[in-house]
Design a protein around this ligand. Sequence first.
Ligand code: FES
Ligand SMILES: [Fe+2]
Length: 366
Amino acid sequence: MWSKDIAADGFDLRRTGINPDFWYPLARSRNLKAGKILGVSFAGEPIALARTRAGTVFALEDRCAHRQVPLHMGVLSGETLRCAYHGWCYDLSGKLNRVPYLSEDSRPRCRGVRSYPCREAYGHIFVFPGEPAKANQVPLPSIAEWRSEQYLTMRFMRTVNCHYTFMHENLMDMNHQFLHRRLMGNVQPTMLDWRKGETWIEARYKFRNNDAKPHRGSSFMMTGAGQSGAPVERDFELMVVRTEYPYQTLKVWPAHSNATAVSLWAAYVPLDREQRVNRSFGILTVRKPRVPGLAYLMWPAMRYFAELVFRQDKMIVEVEQKAYDAQGADLNQEVFPVTLSLRQLLMKCGVAPHAAAKPVPAPTVV
Ligand code: FES
Ligand SMILES: [Fe+2]
């Protein structure tokens, strides 16, 4: 039952590569201005994101085909990206279309660089790092509350020094509220039930009884709760945490209402080849309070509260990673059935170590 047993076949969850055949947010839209190039990475693969002056966003392998210099150091002019070193010119698809110091006829055949399917949504730039042919069949994640008049949205992007699987386990296992006791008070969620499918797992928690003393911090986020939606019998706050591979969501409904009060969408994107560091992207939507304008007044406090909770989670998963590194293995004695099942799901949906980061030769030959 212990994770050690799960890993007995030599398959270590903390060395499981994330499956690249999905859309991953690699940057915030606002961090890529028109005419600029931004260097990011996915599981050790360097990727250059660029936005033309006309607004088109594209993603190329961040290594010049000439001498492997990062292309994000280069210059974008119109729809041509020029490497910073000798000025080789690439188009939006990564095709090499000019070597400035050689004539077209005298230039030997050279490959260009790999390009990645790239889309912009929810204020983020999403890239499909896997097999390009699959990109059209795999949908972008859907976030129902996005841009709804009834919700306010905050976005987070933080680098966390741990394997992405620790992030999934942290959010899914609500038994860790003890960690947040100073922020959340004596909130003691109890699990109601859980379900799983081929690519997902979901746990439902009774988050807080209606008669439990509300704690200042956790009540903040629920200010707009319960003002609309169809009334329901349920006399407690319901929290549902779901991993829908590779993303994760958390939703809270107030007692007696079927309208979501708080909704979080998260993606944990490995940055390095070992996948020991991830960039966590979060989109948090909070239902607006009934009093017009109150939400905007409370917004900084809500944001600060969410930051504090995240800071505690970041601290704890990073020390988990440190323990793994020090011991060279996962010696956890996990006992929570949902976490055990989640671990299986993450292993099943993941890929072999480093598979996500193996260099793919650019198909373009000029
Ligand atoms: S290294 Fe890029 S042009 Fe020479
Ligand atoms: Fe937490």
